[in-house]
Ligand binder design. Structure first.
Ligand code: NAP
Length: 228
Protein backbone atom coordinates (compact mmCIF):
# COMPACT_ATOMS: atom_id res chain seq x y z
CA UNK A 1 0.00 0.00 0.00
CA UNK A 2 1.31 3.43 -0.94
CA UNK A 3 2.09 5.78 1.91
CA UNK A 4 2.67 8.77 -0.36
CA UNK A 5 0.90 11.95 0.65
CA UNK A 6 -1.58 13.48 -1.80
CA UNK A 7 -1.80 17.14 -2.77
CA UNK A 8 -4.29 19.11 -4.83
CA UNK A 9 -2.72 22.21 -6.37
CA UNK A 10 -5.03 24.83 -7.88
CA UNK A 11 -3.52 26.89 -10.72
CA UNK A 12 -0.48 24.90 -11.84
CA UNK A 13 0.04 25.84 -15.50
CA UNK A 14 3.04 28.09 -14.79
CA UNK A 15 4.85 30.15 -12.17
CA UNK A 16 4.54 29.20 -8.52
CA UNK A 17 1.81 26.58 -9.04
CA UNK A 18 4.00 24.69 -11.50
CA UNK A 19 6.92 25.03 -9.07
CA UNK A 20 4.86 23.65 -6.19
CA UNK A 21 4.03 20.55 -8.24
CA UNK A 22 7.70 20.08 -9.13
CA UNK A 23 8.82 20.36 -5.51
CA UNK A 24 6.11 18.01 -4.23
CA UNK A 25 6.89 15.38 -6.89
CA UNK A 26 10.57 15.56 -5.95
CA UNK A 27 9.51 14.94 -2.34
CA UNK A 28 7.55 11.83 -3.35
CA UNK A 29 4.01 13.23 -3.11
CA UNK A 30 1.15 12.19 -5.36
CA UNK A 31 -0.12 15.32 -7.04
CA UNK A 32 -3.37 16.32 -8.68
CA UNK A 33 -3.01 19.71 -10.33
CA UNK A 34 -5.50 21.97 -12.06
CA UNK A 35 -5.10 24.24 -15.08
CA UNK A 36 -7.58 26.51 -16.82
CA UNK A 37 -6.58 25.33 -20.28
CA UNK A 38 -5.32 21.74 -20.64
CA UNK A 39 -4.04 22.62 -24.17
CA UNK A 40 -1.59 24.91 -22.43
CA UNK A 41 -0.20 22.50 -19.87
CA UNK A 42 2.95 21.21 -21.61
CA UNK A 43 5.26 22.31 -18.80
CA UNK A 44 3.09 20.56 -16.21
CA UNK A 45 2.78 17.41 -18.33
CA UNK A 46 6.56 17.35 -18.74
CA UNK A 47 6.95 16.92 -14.97
CA UNK A 48 5.68 13.35 -15.34
CA UNK A 49 3.44 11.60 -12.85
CA UNK A 50 0.87 14.27 -12.19
CA UNK A 51 -2.87 13.95 -12.68
CA UNK A 52 -4.09 17.06 -14.49
CA UNK A 53 -7.66 18.36 -14.15
CA UNK A 54 -9.29 21.35 -15.80
CA UNK A 55 -10.57 24.16 -13.58
CA UNK A 56 -11.33 27.83 -13.88
CA UNK A 57 -11.65 28.66 -10.19
CA UNK A 58 -14.12 31.48 -10.98
CA UNK A 59 -16.60 29.02 -12.50
CA UNK A 60 -18.85 27.63 -9.76
CA UNK A 61 -20.21 24.82 -11.96
CA UNK A 62 -16.65 23.74 -12.73
CA UNK A 63 -15.75 23.75 -9.02
CA UNK A 64 -18.76 21.56 -8.25
CA UNK A 65 -17.91 19.22 -11.16
CA UNK A 66 -14.31 18.84 -9.95
CA UNK A 67 -15.40 18.13 -6.39
CA UNK A 68 -17.66 15.37 -7.74
CA UNK A 69 -14.86 13.96 -9.85
CA UNK A 70 -12.44 13.91 -6.90
CA UNK A 71 -14.96 12.92 -4.24
CA UNK A 72 -13.09 9.74 -3.25
CA UNK A 73 -9.76 11.48 -2.72
CA UNK A 74 -8.36 12.53 0.66
CA UNK A 75 -5.86 15.37 0.55
CA UNK A 76 -2.91 15.91 2.86
CA UNK A 77 -2.53 19.32 1.23
CA UNK A 78 -4.91 21.58 -0.66
CA UNK A 79 -2.95 24.55 -1.99
CA UNK A 80 -5.02 27.32 -3.59
CA UNK A 81 -2.31 29.10 -5.54
CA UNK A 82 -4.18 30.71 -8.47
CA UNK A 83 -4.36 34.48 -8.49
CA UNK A 84 -4.19 37.54 -10.71
CA UNK A 85 -2.46 40.91 -10.49
CA UNK A 86 -5.42 42.95 -11.68
CA UNK A 87 -5.60 46.03 -13.91
CA UNK A 88 -2.53 47.99 -15.02
CA UNK A 89 -3.90 51.17 -13.45
CA UNK A 90 -4.73 50.52 -9.79
CA UNK A 91 -5.93 53.96 -8.73
CA UNK A 92 -9.54 53.95 -7.52
CA UNK A 93 -10.55 56.18 -10.44
CA UNK A 94 -8.49 54.31 -13.01
CA UNK A 95 -9.97 50.84 -12.87
CA UNK A 96 -13.37 49.70 -14.08
CA UNK A 97 -16.09 47.96 -12.10
CA UNK A 98 -15.53 44.82 -14.18
CA UNK A 99 -11.76 44.85 -13.54
CA UNK A 100 -12.13 45.35 -9.80
CA UNK A 101 -14.89 42.75 -9.61
CA UNK A 102 -12.75 40.21 -11.47
CA UNK A 103 -9.71 40.89 -9.28
CA UNK A 104 -11.56 40.54 -5.98
CA UNK A 105 -13.59 37.56 -7.14
CA UNK A 106 -10.55 35.60 -8.33
CA UNK A 107 -8.19 36.54 -5.50
CA UNK A 108 -10.50 36.64 -2.48
CA UNK A 109 -13.87 34.97 -3.14
CA UNK A 110 -13.14 32.05 -5.47
CA UNK A 111 -10.34 30.58 -3.28
CA UNK A 112 -12.66 30.40 -0.27
CA UNK A 113 -15.55 29.03 -2.30
CA UNK A 114 -13.24 26.29 -3.53
CA UNK A 115 -11.87 25.60 -0.04
CA UNK A 116 -15.41 25.27 1.30
CA UNK A 117 -16.18 22.64 -1.35
CA UNK A 118 -13.06 20.59 -0.59
CA UNK A 119 -12.55 21.12 3.15
CA UNK A 120 -14.30 17.85 4.02
CA UNK A 121 -11.76 15.94 1.96
CA UNK A 122 -8.69 17.30 3.73
CA UNK A 123 -7.19 14.66 6.02
CA UNK A 124 -8.39 15.19 9.61
CA UNK A 125 -5.73 16.19 12.17
CA UNK A 126 -2.75 16.32 9.80
CA UNK A 127 -4.18 17.94 6.65
CA UNK A 128 -3.05 21.42 5.56
CA UNK A 129 -5.09 24.00 3.66
CA UNK A 130 -2.81 26.64 2.16
CA UNK A 131 -3.74 29.87 0.40
CA UNK A 132 -1.28 31.91 -1.69
CA UNK A 133 -1.54 35.24 0.03
CA UNK A 134 1.13 37.96 -0.09
CA UNK A 135 2.96 40.21 2.33
CA UNK A 136 1.26 42.95 0.29
CA UNK A 137 -2.00 41.72 1.83
CA UNK A 138 -0.81 42.81 5.27
CA UNK A 139 -2.69 46.00 6.17
CA UNK A 140 0.52 47.18 7.89
CA UNK A 141 2.43 47.15 4.57
CA UNK A 142 3.00 50.65 3.13
CA UNK A 143 4.94 49.51 0.01
CA UNK A 144 3.75 49.29 -3.60
CA UNK A 145 0.88 51.83 -3.70
CA UNK A 146 0.81 51.25 -7.48
CA UNK A 147 -0.59 47.80 -6.64
CA UNK A 148 -3.24 49.18 -4.27
CA UNK A 149 -6.09 47.07 -5.64
CA UNK A 150 -4.02 43.86 -5.71
CA UNK A 151 -2.91 44.54 -2.12
CA UNK A 152 -6.52 45.07 -1.03
CA UNK A 153 -7.57 41.85 -2.78
CA UNK A 154 -5.00 39.85 -0.80
CA UNK A 155 -6.05 41.60 2.44
CA UNK A 156 -9.60 40.56 1.51
CA UNK A 157 -8.40 36.98 0.95
CA UNK A 158 -6.85 36.99 4.44
CA UNK A 159 -10.09 38.34 5.90
CA UNK A 160 -12.20 35.80 4.02
CA UNK A 161 -9.85 33.07 5.25
CA UNK A 162 -10.28 34.24 8.85
CA UNK A 163 -14.07 34.05 8.49
CA UNK A 164 -13.82 30.62 6.88
CA UNK A 165 -11.61 29.29 9.68
CA UNK A 166 -14.11 30.34 12.34
CA UNK A 167 -16.74 28.24 10.54
CA UNK A 168 -14.74 25.02 10.45
CA UNK A 169 -16.37 23.82 13.68
CA UNK A 170 -15.00 20.55 15.00
CA UNK A 171 -12.83 19.90 11.97
CA UNK A 172 -9.18 20.23 12.95
CA UNK A 173 -7.19 21.62 10.04
CA UNK A 174 -4.04 23.65 9.77
CA UNK A 175 -4.69 26.72 7.62
CA UNK A 176 -1.79 28.71 6.15
CA UNK A 177 -1.87 32.11 4.46
CA UNK A 178 1.51 32.05 2.74
CA UNK A 179 3.76 34.73 1.25
CA UNK A 180 6.03 33.18 -1.39
CA UNK A 181 8.59 36.02 -1.43
CA UNK A 182 8.94 38.28 -4.45
CA UNK A 183 9.39 35.64 -7.12
CA UNK A 184 10.51 35.67 -10.77
CA UNK A 185 7.29 34.63 -12.55
CA UNK A 186 5.05 36.26 -15.15
CA UNK A 187 3.41 38.13 -12.27
CA UNK A 188 6.54 38.87 -10.21
CA UNK A 189 8.65 39.96 -13.20
CA UNK A 190 12.31 39.35 -13.94
CA UNK A 191 13.59 41.84 -11.35
CA UNK A 192 12.08 39.86 -8.47
CA UNK A 193 14.26 38.69 -5.56
CA UNK A 194 14.16 34.91 -5.84
CA UNK A 195 13.49 32.09 -8.30
CA UNK A 196 10.51 29.75 -8.26
CA UNK A 197 12.47 26.75 -6.93
CA UNK A 198 13.73 28.69 -3.88
CA UNK A 199 10.22 29.92 -3.11
CA UNK A 200 8.40 26.62 -3.54
CA UNK A 201 11.05 24.70 -1.56
CA UNK A 202 10.49 27.14 1.30
CA UNK A 203 6.70 27.02 0.97
CA UNK A 204 6.60 23.21 1.14
CA UNK A 205 9.01 23.30 4.09
CA UNK A 206 6.43 25.49 5.87
CA UNK A 207 3.61 23.09 4.96
CA UNK A 208 5.63 20.23 6.46
CA UNK A 209 6.60 22.26 9.53
CA UNK A 210 3.00 23.25 10.30
CA UNK A 211 1.46 19.82 9.65
CA UNK A 212 -0.64 18.76 12.64
CA UNK A 213 -0.26 22.09 14.47
CA UNK A 214 -3.77 23.39 13.76
CA UNK A 215 -4.76 27.06 13.73
CA UNK A 216 -4.37 29.76 11.09
CA UNK A 217 -0.93 31.27 10.40
CA UNK A 218 0.34 34.05 8.11
CA UNK A 219 3.97 33.20 7.28
CA UNK A 220 6.44 33.63 4.45
CA UNK A 221 8.43 30.97 2.60
CA UNK A 222 11.18 31.25 5.25
CA UNK A 223 8.77 30.60 8.11
CA UNK A 224 8.74 34.19 9.38
CA UNK A 225 5.41 35.35 10.79
CA UNK A 226 3.79 38.33 9.00
CA UNK A 227 1.54 40.79 10.87
CA UNK A 228 -2.05 40.73 9.61
N1 NAP B 1 5.27 36.18 -8.03
C1 NAP B 1 5.27 36.83 -6.89
O1 NAP B 1 6.24 37.57 -6.57
C2 NAP B 1 4.11 36.70 -5.92
C3 NAP B 1 4.25 37.33 -4.66
C4 NAP B 1 3.19 37.19 -3.74
C5 NAP B 1 2.10 36.41 -4.06
N2 NAP B 1 1.99 35.82 -5.30
C6 NAP B 1 0.80 35.01 -5.57
O2 NAP B 1 1.20 33.70 -5.97
C7 NAP B 1 0.20 33.13 -6.82
C8 NAP B 1 0.85 32.62 -8.10
O3 NAP B 1 1.49 33.74 -8.71
P1 NAP B 1 2.55 33.60 -9.89
O4 NAP B 1 3.60 34.60 -9.61
O5 NAP B 1 2.93 32.17 -10.11
O6 NAP B 1 1.65 34.17 -11.09
P2 NAP B 1 1.49 33.74 -12.62
O7 NAP B 1 2.81 33.29 -13.16
O8 NAP B 1 0.79 34.89 -13.24
O9 NAP B 1 0.52 32.46 -12.54
C9 NAP B 1 -0.81 32.61 -12.09
C10 NAP B 1 -1.47 31.25 -12.13
O10 NAP B 1 -2.81 31.39 -11.66
C11 NAP B 1 -3.69 30.79 -12.63
N3 NAP B 1 -5.01 31.41 -12.58
C12 NAP B 1 -5.32 32.73 -12.64
N4 NAP B 1 -6.64 32.91 -12.54
C13 NAP B 1 -7.19 31.67 -12.42
C14 NAP B 1 -8.51 31.19 -12.29
N5 NAP B 1 -9.56 32.01 -12.30
N6 NAP B 1 -8.70 29.85 -12.18
C15 NAP B 1 -7.65 29.01 -12.18
N7 NAP B 1 -6.37 29.39 -12.33
C16 NAP B 1 -6.15 30.72 -12.44
C17 NAP B 1 -2.97 31.00 -13.95
O11 NAP B 1 -3.51 30.14 -14.95
P3 NAP B 1 -3.41 30.48 -16.55
O12 NAP B 1 -2.06 29.99 -17.01
O13 NAP B 1 -4.55 29.75 -17.13
O14 NAP B 1 -3.54 31.98 -16.70
C18 NAP B 1 -1.54 30.66 -13.54
O15 NAP B 1 -1.36 29.25 -13.44
C19 NAP B 1 -0.86 34.21 -7.04
O16 NAP B 1 -1.92 34.03 -6.13
C20 NAP B 1 -0.09 35.50 -6.70
O17 NAP B 1 -0.96 36.53 -6.30
C21 NAP B 1 2.99 35.94 -6.22
Amino acid sequence: MSTAKTALIIGASRGLGLGLVKTLLADGWQVIATVRNPQNAEALQALGAVRIEKLDMDDQQAVIALSQQLKNEVFDLLFVNAGVKGPDVQTPGGATLAEVGQLFFTNAVAPINLAQRFAGQIRPETGVLAFMSSVLGSVTMPDSPELALYKASKAALNSMTNSFVTQLGEQKLTVLSLHPGWVKTDMGGENADIDVDTSTRGLIDQVNAYTGKGGHHFVNYRGETIPW
